[in-house]
Every structure is written in C-alpha cells, then in structure tokens.
Design a protein around this ligand. Structure first.
Ligand SMILES: [Zn+2]
Length: 235
C-alpha cells in the first residue's frame, strides 16, 4: 500500500507530494492558490490497485466529479479540485509519480482455459475419425474376404445377390470415407486455434505472447517477463 500526501509547497506554491521518505513537486511556481492547505488531501493506493482520496481536514475543500468529498474511491482518470478556487490535478499524474501502473490480466484465464479445452475437443474428434477409418478398412477387408469365400463356395455359378451385396458395401465404404475426409481437417483447425491463442494470450501492455505458460503460473509471477509491467492482484 502506498500513501501520498498532497498539499501546497509553502515557498514555491507548487503542488507538493509526499510519500514515505520521498517528496516530489508538480506544476508551475505560484500555480497553487492559498486555499489549498499545506497538507490538503491524502491518496492511498492499495495492493489491488484501488485508489482512495481522503480530505485531511474538514476545513479543506476537495471535490471529485463535482462532488465535495471527505473520502472516496477514484480512478486514474479522475480530476481532483482542491481548495475553494478548485485547483485541478489529475489523479493519474499524482499516483503515477510513486506507483507503477498495473495491468489487469484476468481475461487471459478464459483465453487459456478455452484454448486447452478446444485442443482437447479436437483430439477427441480426431480419435473418433480414426476409429471410423479403422472400422471402414476392417469392413472392406471382411467384404472382400467373404466375397471371395462365397464365390469360391458357389463354384463360379452366377448369383445376382453378390454384386448387389458388394454394391451396398462399396456405397457404405464410400460414405464413411467421404465422412472421415470431411472431418479430418484437424490439422487446419489446430493451426487456427493456435494462431488465435498466440494473438490473444499476450501481455496487455507490450503484447508479447506468453507462450504456453499456464495462467495460474503467469499470475503467480506477478509481472510480464518482457516489459516488466506488474499484474493487478485479484481479490
Ligand atoms: Zn509486457
């Protein structure tokens, strides 16, 4: 957790920010009116990157989005209006002087889980197709075998039942072959899934692909190995 005290620098009348041992100033000389106290407001950033502003003294005036506040949660995009003349300062620029911005990577969990599930489904579909292929070739072998056996047994005499049977068998085989062919685009499908995964499973800041590092492991790391941006903690 980081706490930043915001107030007016007595001599230069610039905005003074104090956090722990560190002091920074913002704005031009003589830009901060006297209605801004020397210790006017306090900004706190917690471990989950939530930002709160607190008006230190009830006599001070602090406004956020047109509302006078004593304490309230704010975002980096909000503007504070300090003092009766409404000295404007952006929350992000105050916080940014002391706290590195963190990125939210929660959406990557769904992306990772969905990708792994899709690969698994693809694998199962592939197994089904292979089963049908095996079945198809076994049936072909059986049909040819029984055909040869039966024609030998009948002593070469003409029997119209066999050509009809063979015909049916061939139609069924063809059907199965066409069906398996239509469902055997798994290499392409895997390629498409992988491509999408590589586009989506990336650092929100520098967009580097996080490879096959599982989401949980990535989250535990706490930051991007490439650009170093820290990940927001999830409550
Ligand atoms: Zn990065």
């Amino acid at each position: 957790m980081v706490t930043i005290k915001v107030g007016r620098e007595a001599n230069t009348k610039r905005l003074k920010l104090v956090s722990g041992q560190s002091t920074k100033v913002m704005g031009d000389t003589n830009s901060v009116p006297n209605s801004v106290s020397r210790e006017h407001a306090e900004i706190t950033v917690d471990d989950y990157d939530r930002i709160f502003v607190r008006n230190i003294n009830p006599a001070n005036q602090t406004m956020v989005n047109g509302m006078r506040v004593m304490t309230c949660e704010v975002t980096r995009a909000d503007t504070l209006y300090l003092g009766s003349q409404g000295y404007q300062v952006n929350v992000g620029s105050i916080v940014g002087s002391f706290v590195k911005e963190k990125v939210d990577i929660r959406h990557l969990e769904t992306i990772y889980v969905n990708y792994k599930q899709a690969l698994l489904n693809e694998q199962k579909k592939n197994q089904r197709v292979n089963l049908w292929r095996t079945l198809s070739s076994t049936m072909t072998t059986l049909a040819i075998g029984s055909g040869v056996f039966l024609s030998l047994k009948s002593g070469g005499s003409t029997n119209y039942a066999y050509p009809i049977l063979y015909g049916c068998a061939i139609v069924i085989m063809l059907g199965i072959t066409i069906w398996t062919f239509m469902h055997s685009n798994s290499a392409e499908e895997r390629e498409r899934l992988t491509q999408k995964f590589q586009d989506d499973y990336v650092c929100p800041k520098c967009e580097i692909f996080f490879g096959n590092m599982p989401y949980k492991q990535l989250y535990k790391r706490g930051k991007c190995y490439n650009c170093g941006v820290e990940f927001k903690k999830v409550m």
